[in-house]
Design a protein around this ligand. Structure first.
Ligand code: FAD
Length: 418
């Protein structure tokens, strides 16, 4: 079967989105539909738990499964990477030199981590206190760096320009680090800095306000509009460019004992250079139907999509059913649905045992799933993050069961008591 070069539905990328779409298509009773996934990697990671691995609260081994165990029965796995997309010929070229054709294409190859865009970062990673939860290779080293911090240490946490995977991840690890140091009685003596390219803590003002209070509560110094541009690993120095405000254009250089870096990110090069990309390089889809704006037999979802939602697995949980239903409408005849409202969720680990559950849709409208005040950090959400969501991911979402809990689109911030 793997030798077949034409497939009715071809999925590019067997990560969160690719497996979910394939499994949902199967589960929705599309037995006659011939589906293939092109995916180069033998392993699949549950990336949302990388933050917990970096904080020493989760085993890396528990984030990893063999790809073979996830490809849904009856779906062909083409083990390889797509090198070019040719939607005018309904074809993709493989890095190995082969070519596949399709009737319908789903593009979801995730984001590319551009370590090389920060001078010296790639070489510095993994030693001398430079770590990152953004790669399974370095997430465990984050915990090693944290454990090794000595009194009066300086720890830096960086956030690049948007978009990047999970809008809260660069600051989540700063809170876990601060809580870890507080528990060891060292927080007051240490200097923690969160340096972000953004002008606020979060894109949704309600959560931005709460997160600033949390950072202040730990004594974390926040530098807005400050972007990491160079790392001198041997001398443990990081340089930042100020990108806005009164000091715009100036360079700030800080020494560190630990540097948690979040790399700049983009759509993969083969997407950026394809006719499917918008001017920013992302697969240009309609933001509610997820159908490509020009090629009607193409859908895009997940991190590589152009939709202006936060790039999270939670978003894919709500995008996938829309893509699957619309694919089946195209195959069987029927009007397309405009069902995706931009939902994303970001469980912010604000302490060991506490999470602020940020859920929102397009336009930054807050839309909690639980009937609880979303401004509050809760122990319940820590359980959801560490236990509930991983189980949901492996046993439910990647098996093609569609999420039916609704988020509350009518939630309003309660008036402040006088
Ligand atoms: C540190 C961290 C913390 C996070 N925290 C959260 C969180 O708390 N909550 C949350 O919901 N989300 C979180 N996320 C984000 C979430 O993991 C991603 O949004 C999600 O996995 C994206 O899914 P995707 O299918 O678009 O991409 P991926 O899951 O990355 O899959 C893309 C797949 O495409 C494959 N691929 C790449 N190039 C090619 C090619 N040329 N040809 C074929 N296949 C290719 C890759 O091998 C990969 O398997 C976090 C991510 C990180 C890194």
């Amino acid at each position: 079967m793997a030798d077949k070069t034409h497939h009715q539905v071809l999925i590019v990328g067997g990560g969160t989105a690719g497996i979910t779409v394939a499994a949902s298509l199967r589960r929705r009773g599309a037995p006659g539909v011939d589906i293939a996934i092109v995916e180069p990697s033998d392993v699949h990671y549950y990336q949302p738990a990388f933050t917990l691995v970096g904080g020493g609260a989760y085993r890396l081994a528990d984030t990893r499964r063999d790809e073979t165990t996830l490809i849904p029965p009856g779906v062909t796995w083409v083990r390889g990477a797509v090198a070019a997309l040719d939607p005018d010929s309904n074809a993709v070229s493989l890095g190995s030199g082969g070519r596949l054709t399709y009737d319908y294409l789903v593009v979801c190859p995730g984001l590319q981590l551009n370590w090389g865009q920060v001078e010296g970062l790639k070489d510095a990673l993994g030693r001398n206190g430079v770590c990152s939860n953004y790669s399974p290779e370095y997430a465990e080293y984050t915990w090693e760096c944290l454990r090794n911090l000595k009194p009066a240490a300086t720890a830096l946490f960086t956030q690049p320009p948007l978009p990047f995977k999970c809008p809260g991840a660069p600051q989540k690890i700063a809170y876990l680090a601060a809580h870890h140091l507080r528990r060891k009685g060292m927080l007051k003596d240490c200097a923690l800095h969160f340096l972000t390219h953004a002008p606020s803590m979060f894109t949704v003002p309600l959560f931005a306000k709460e997160l600033k209070k949390i950072a202040d509560g730990y004594g974390i110094t926040v530098h807005f509009q400050t972007n990491l541009v160079a790392v001198d690993g041997a001398n443990r120095k990081a340089s930042f460019k100020v990108v806005g405000g009164e000091e715009e254009g100036q360079t700030l250089t800080l020494g560190y004992d630990m540097l948690h870096a979040t790399p700049p990110q983009s759509a993969p090069d083969f997407v950026r250079s394809s006719p499917l990309a918008n001017s920013a390089g992302y697969i240009e889809v309609h933001q509610h139907s997820l159908q490509h704006v020009k090629y009607k037999n193409v859908f895009g979802l997940g991190d590589a999509g152009s939709t202006p939602n936060s790039k999270t697995a939670a978003a894919i949980r709500k995008q996938s059913p829309v893509v699957v239903r619309n694919l089946l409408h195209l195959i069987r005849g029927g009007a397309l649905e405009e069902g995706y409202d931009g939902y994303a969720s970001c469980p912010l680990t604000t302490a060991y045992g506490k999470v602020l559950m940020a859920e929102f849709i397009y336009g930054g409208k807050v839309t909690p799933t639980f009937p609880l005040d979303p401004r509050k950090e809760r122990g319940l959400y820590w359980w959801v993050k560490t236990t509930g969501l991983p189980r949901m991911y492996w046993d439910y979402m990647l098996k093609g069961h569609e999420w039916f809990f609704k988020h509350d689109t009518n939630w309003k911030e309660p008036p402040v008591a006088q």
